[in-house]
Ligand binder design. Structure first.
Ligand SMILES: Cc1ncc(COP(=O)(O)O)c(C=O)c1O
Length: 397
């Protein structure tokens, strides 16, 4: 979680700017806030960094996904194609807008595959929620073409891939809209926070309204202006925006250091012919937050991940964890929710209890990801390599 490793004087300064005025609300209070507008500044710098015409920041990556769904007009009665390897927020974002998530296969990019998407399309398919998993990209050319061919809205859940790009264009800008997360574990953190980017003015306005009870924010008095639609409170606070702003200013350093550290570990693992790596359609555009590789079998992957963990190497074996793969999402399979959404209307096309995604299982079962850290010294990296070598020589013997 690189961003949180670089927490320092810059974050404290931005937060103190807010605390000195005491204005933690992102709108109004023009006089006492003395020109301090952290959310606005964060949005401007995020748009510049990504190369988007518009950026809007909200309270989390999850509320960003929910806002994107609403802004794009995807909801009740619509099928949305999603991957089974993501964070549950992607799925909740679809469900709580009334849409039906339809699970499709991923490929060796760790993201939805073009063939998987094609196989999942029905006359009710309205959108594809492409999750750019573990810091890098899907097969973008094919997926963008497929969405055009079938007139589907492409939405990018880029929560894990701020700073990643494909052929020079930021992930998040390939779809109608894209979202980012600034939670504590991401490349930059605001503590909690999320971002939404788009080049479409109407979609931006929709997101801006929806995330603040439908207020249109036209004029200089939020509250007295129009509220053309209903929405909800997904606003970010000035305190969180202040932290996010300081972190965003460090992102180029974070990306460079990630790439350097990842290369050292990838080179070290490359000498094992049994190990293969996640396919990156554009390696230059990788944000390098993870080094993701495949072991020859599920059993070897599980053993290796366990031994790496015991040796103090920060790894994820996603197949067994509770968070990122459908295998352990019992709450979803049973459609258990406290919200009284009409679950009987959902889940009709795919029976989630019996749903089998053989290709995704094969990929995730053999996958290990090492979280790249920005604070590693050369000695730290060498020590990790030594530990990996000791373990791999035994495991792969
Ligand atoms: C793919 C994906 N989408 C959405 C989210 C939700 O972001 P947040 O934790 O900021 O709500 C996450 C968080 O891990 C994520 O990985």
């Amino acid at each position: 979680m690189p961003g949180s490793e670089l927490f320092g004087a810059e974050e404290r300064k931005e937060v103190m700017d807010v605390l000195e005025t005491g204005i933690m609300f992102r709108y109004n209070h023009d006089q006492p806030r003395k020109g301090i507008w952290k959310a606005r500044e964060f949005e401007k710098e995020l748009a510049d960094f990504v190369g988007a015409k518009y950026a809007h920041v909200v309270s989390s990556g999850s509320t960003a996904v929910a806002t994107m769904m609403a802004a794009c007009g995807v909801g009740t009665g619509d099928e949305v194609i999603v991957p089974a390897f993501t964070y549950i927020a992607t799925i909740e974002g679809a469900l709580f807008n009334g849409a039906l998530p339809i699970f499709a296969e991923i490929d060796d990019t760790l993201c939805l595959s073009p063939e998987g998407i094609r196989a999942a399309i029905t006359p009710k398919t309205k959108a594809v929620m492409l999750v750019q998993m573990c810091g890098a990209m899907a097969r973008m050319d094919e997926i963008v073409a497929l969405c055009k061919e079938h007139n589907l809205i492409l939405m990018e859940d880029t929560a894990q891939a701020l700073g990643a790009s494909y052929k020079g264009k930021a992930l998040g800008l390939y779809g109608a809209m894209g979202t980012y997360s600034f939670d504590f574990f991401k490349i930059i953190t605001a503590g909690e926070g999320g971002g939404i980017v788009t080049n479409d003015e109407q979609l931006y306005r929709n997101a801006d309204m929806y995330s603040d009870h439908g207020h249109d924010h036209i004029g200089d008095n939020r509250g007295m202006e129009n509220h053309p639609v209903l929405g909800f409170n997904y606003r970010i606070s000035e305190l969180h925006a202040a932290v996010g702003l300081a972190q965003l200013r460090k992102i180029n350093h974070l990306l460079q250091t990630n790439k350097k550290n990842k290369k050292v570990l990838k080179d070290a693992l490359s000498k094992y012919p049994q190990i293969t790596f996640r396919f990156l359609p554009d390696p230059e555009g990788d944000s390098a937050t993870f080094l993701s590789f495949f072991m020859p079998t599920e059993e070897l992957a599980r053993t290796t991940a366990r031994e790496f963990g015991k040796a103090g190497i920060g790894v994820n074996y996603w197949y067994d964890n509770n968070y990122h793969y459908i295998r352990n999402w019992e709450h979803l399979k049973e459609m258990k929710t406290l919200a009284k959404i009409p679950v009987e209307l959902l889940g009709s096309r795919q029976d989630l209890k019996t749903l089998h995604l053989p290709q995704s299982d094969l990929i995730i079962g053999r996958l290990i990801s090492i979280g790249i850290r920005v604070s590693w010294s050369e000695e730290d990296l060498q020590s990790i390599i030594n530990k990996m070598d000791t373990i791999l020589k035994e495991v792969l013997a």
